[in-house]
Design a protein around this ligand. Structure first.
Ligand code: C2O
Ligand code: CU
Ligand code: CU
Length: 495
């Protein structure tokens, strides 16, 4: 096996990022790597029953084979690791039955979805071992890449790490009408990117040290849909890659090894106004981006992920530089996807110049501004993880918002690390970062936003359709170890 895969795993939990640099000095990530073929998530379209489309999901344990000749105990949904691609049509009524065969309480949360709080799949909808929980709602999302994952109380980190997550494609007529690559597994690929650490015997390492708690769980091996260093043979000139950072804690800067540019066409909540040309794209845990890659030169190409150092302790920091996306990664890059040309290829349709026009965000419509200060106060061994000075309490509603209103949420980061701030139930718009307007790539619909140390980001949110004074939604840091440690709050939408 490769040094990259398992060589440094024993010390991986001691210091993910610095370890990577050490590994690099011994052997490059691809020097001795064994490549695998691309793993396309299986599709689950659901079964039509009356007016509903029904999906049956089972949380189960299993055995996976990530490393040559080694078995890894994992958990998944209808399969040993991760879950199938759920395909949904905007406007349709869906029912998701989640049966828990694990020996621990779990949940499934529909990340990015606007739905009634009692179907959110957050810690209040815990599924005990042996039980089945059903979520029923109308799909109100725009076409795009969403995902589902465990949101168990204080256990999201270890459960997602072992495999409780999966992708969702929502389709809508407006997006389908555009001539974008959409042949699943041929011109349209989902890429679930997750770093993991393995013991020598192949079992997953989930760190419990203070360092892991502070930095979040960082691995030294990258899995893409559960495969290491995958290769895909392309048969068209234009490929649509749907990227999901499904890692517990790691932030990546994605780029092509030959520096070729790509075009971002979608963010968390669907298509952008127009394709945005870029050479680098940064995604923090929970965030998604869809990109188009031009392969008309017929050459091999490799998408790589550079780990972004997330700490003030490392010296150079990214303060204030998030807005224009000039953050530098540190350490070597992880291979994400190697693209090889097939002997014969089809040429592609031209990329539309305009995608989906969203209304210009109107901050004047907001009835109030709420402040959310993310902090990691030191004191007490390693400190706490707080939002507005509080850690998560299931029995406390932190914010009560009014149905059919808009608000500005001002997220401030006074800690020493960057945090991806995620809000349930809504797709929001970014108004500004430290007073500066967002880039074109950040001007679409978002549900997760990375906030750098010292940064203030203002969001515009609208609360509609669903209210329930007794059942909360969550907002939290999407570094799962921070979330589990209490960097999370609850809000209700009330009529
Ligand atoms: Cu993706 Cu509250 O989570
Ligand atoms: Cu969510
Ligand atoms: Cu955090």
């Amino acid at each position: 096996q490769t040094l990259w895969g398992i060589g440094g795993a024993a010390v991986a939990t001691v210091g993910g990022l610095s370890l990577l640099s050490n590994l690099r000095s011994h052997a490059g990530p691809s020097a001795s790597a064994v490549q695998s073929s691309f793993k396309l998530p299986e599709r689950l379209k659901g079964t039509r029953k009356g007016a509903e489309t029904v999906y049956d999901l089972q949380l189960q344990t299993g055995t996976s084979n990530f490393l040559e000749g080694l078995k890894t105990e994992t958990i998944g949904i209808n399969q040993p690791y991760l879950g199938p691609l759920l395909e949904m049509q905007s406007g349709e009524r869906v029912k998701l039955n989640v049966h828990n065969t694990l020996d621990e309480t779990a949940t499934l949360h529909w990340h990015g979805f606007h739905l009634p709080a009692r179907f959110d799949g957050n810690p209040h909808q815990a599924i005990a071992p042996g039980e089945t929980w059903s979520a029923q709602f109308v799909v109100r999302q725009r076409g795009g890449l969403y995902w589902y994952h465990s949101h168990a109380h204080k256990r999201s980190g270890p459960q997602v790490y072992r495999g409780l997550a999966g992708p969702i494609y929502v389709r809508d007529e407006e997006s389908d009408a555009l001539d974008l690559p959409s042949e699943y597994g041929v011109t349209d690929l989902p890429l679930i990117v997750q770093d993991r650490a393995f013991q020598r015997d192949g079992q997953l390492i989930y760190g419990t040290s203070m360092h892991t708690l502070m930095m979040g769980m960082l691995g030294d091996t990258l899995l893409v849909n559960g495969a290491i260093d995958p290769v895909f043979e392309y048969t068209t000139d234009l490929l649509r890659l749907r990227l999901l950072n499904g890692s517990n804690a790691r932030i990546y800067r994605f780029s092509f090894n030959d520096g070729r540019s790509m075009r971002q066409i979608a963010s968390d909540g669907g298509l952008l106004a127009a394709p945005v040309p870029l050479t680098d794209i940064i995604l923090s845990p929970g965030e998604r981006a869809e990109i188009l890659v031009d392969l008309s030169n017929g050459q091999p190409a490799q998408l790589v992920a550079h780990p972004v150092q997330n700490s003030m302790m490392g010296g150079r920091m990214m303060r204030g530089r998030m807005g224009n996306r000039q953050m530098r990664g540190s350490g070597p890059e992880f291979p994400v996807l190697s693209l090889l040309p097939a002997p014969t290829r089809r040429s592609a349709e031209p990329v539309p110049e305009k995608l989906l026009q969203l209304p210009r965000p109107n901050p004047a419509a907001a009835v109030r501004t709420r402040r959310f200060v993310m902090n990691m106060p030191m004191g007490m061994m390693g400190g706490g993880f707080t939002i507005n000075g509080k850690t998560m309490d299931m029995n406390r509603i932190d914010e009560r918002v009014k149905l059919d209103t808009s608000e500005i949420w001002q997220i401030e980061n006074t800690s020493m690390m960057a945090h991806p701030f995620h809000i349930h139930d809504v797709q929001f718009r970014i108004l500004d970062r430290n007073g500066r307007p967002p880039s074109a790539a950040e001007s679409g619909l978002k549900d997760t936003v990375l906030v750098a140390p010292g940064e203030t980001v203002r969001l515009l949110l609208a609360f509609s359709d669903y209210s329930d004074p007794n059942t909360p939604y969550m907002y939290h840091c999407h570094i799962l170890e921070h979330e589990d440690a209490g960097m999370m709050g609850q809000f209700t939408v009330e009529a």
